[in-house]
Design a protein around this ligand. Structure first.
Ligand SMILES: Cc1cc2nc3c(=O)[nH]c(=O)nc-3n(C[C@H](O)[C@H](O)[C@H](O)COP(=O)(O)O)c2cc1C
Length: 227
């Protein structure tokens, strides 16, 4: 079994998948372990819906039909980013987009190419499993942090099993259709989606490696002496 460090270093957002189904027991086992994620007060505020086969096909068809009528989606249920997005964050976001589009030869000027790649979000990038992560609307920022821990647990556990993932805030932009089609009550917030499947390692989109800030930028180590 691989180490947590190996999973942390090896996992990356994957945006092209093989046409190979993921067995039910793999998905169930990932969720079974991820539910051990910590949460403040042990609230376990997460709710996950995993779709495959006909359920996934019908779900995507409903979302595509909505997007045909409403190309901009349902409007945000919550702001995915602050507006305006301050530096250094805006620069990091731009670089992320540039690196991703560069991997598939889409230039900054190629708006159609960018939109086409963005639209792949609503196909779960061709993954055989699509997941929607939701949470009770009454939750506070601390529970959003809990959700993040649960999400990362899913991503790492999938990696451990040779599977690949992409977390996708883009699904929050179609929250009305997601909620209606999945029968989620109005008091659930659609937080994000997750594509899950076996990675297409030869696809150029999967060659993009995103930078990270150095330790000195993200943390301060105080009182340790020189060692
Ligand atoms: C909560 C969350 C939402 C994300 N939403 C999207 C998305 O909608 N579409 C997408 O292609 N990538 C999405 N990503 C992937 C990020 O762009 C990616 O994690 C980041 O650039 C770092 O790259 P890496 O995951 O390959 O290390 C999301 C990631 C997270 C954690």
């Amino acid at each position: 079994m691989i180490s947590v460090t190996t999973a942390m270093l090896g996992r990356r957002s994957t945006r092209a998948f093989l046409n190979r189904p993921v067995p039910l027991n793999e998905v169930r086992d990932i969720i079974d372990v991820a539910r051990r994620a910590p949460s403040g007060g042990n609230l376990q505020p997460w709710r996950l819906i995993a779709l495959a086969g006909d359920d996934l096909t019908q779900f995507k068809a409903a979302v595509h039909a909505n997007l045909k009528q409403n190309p901009r989606g349902d409007g945000p249920e919550f702001p995915v980013y602050p507006n305006p997005l301050r530096e250094p964050f805006d620069g990091r976001r731009r670089k992320c987009g540039e690196d991703m589009y560069a991997a598939i030869g889409v230039t900054r000027e190629d708006r159609a190419g960018r939109l086409q790649q963005f639209a792949r979000n609503y196909d779960f990038f061709g993954a055989p499993v699509g997941m929607i992560l939701a949470m009770d609307r009454s939750m506070e920022p601390a529970q959003w942090a809990d959700i993040g821990i649960f999400l990362q647990s899913i991503l790492l556990l999938a990696y451990e099993r040779g599977l690949a993932t992409c977390a996708q805030a883009s699904w929050a932009a179609v929250h009305k259709t997601v909620r209606a089609h999945l029968g989620l009550p109005d008091d659930m917030v659609v937080i994000c989606g997750v594509s899950l499947g076996y990675p297409d390692v030869d696809h150029p989109i999967n060659s993009a490696t995103m930078d990270r800030e150095p330790v000195a930028t993200v943390a301060e180590l105080r009182g340790f002496g020189d060692r």
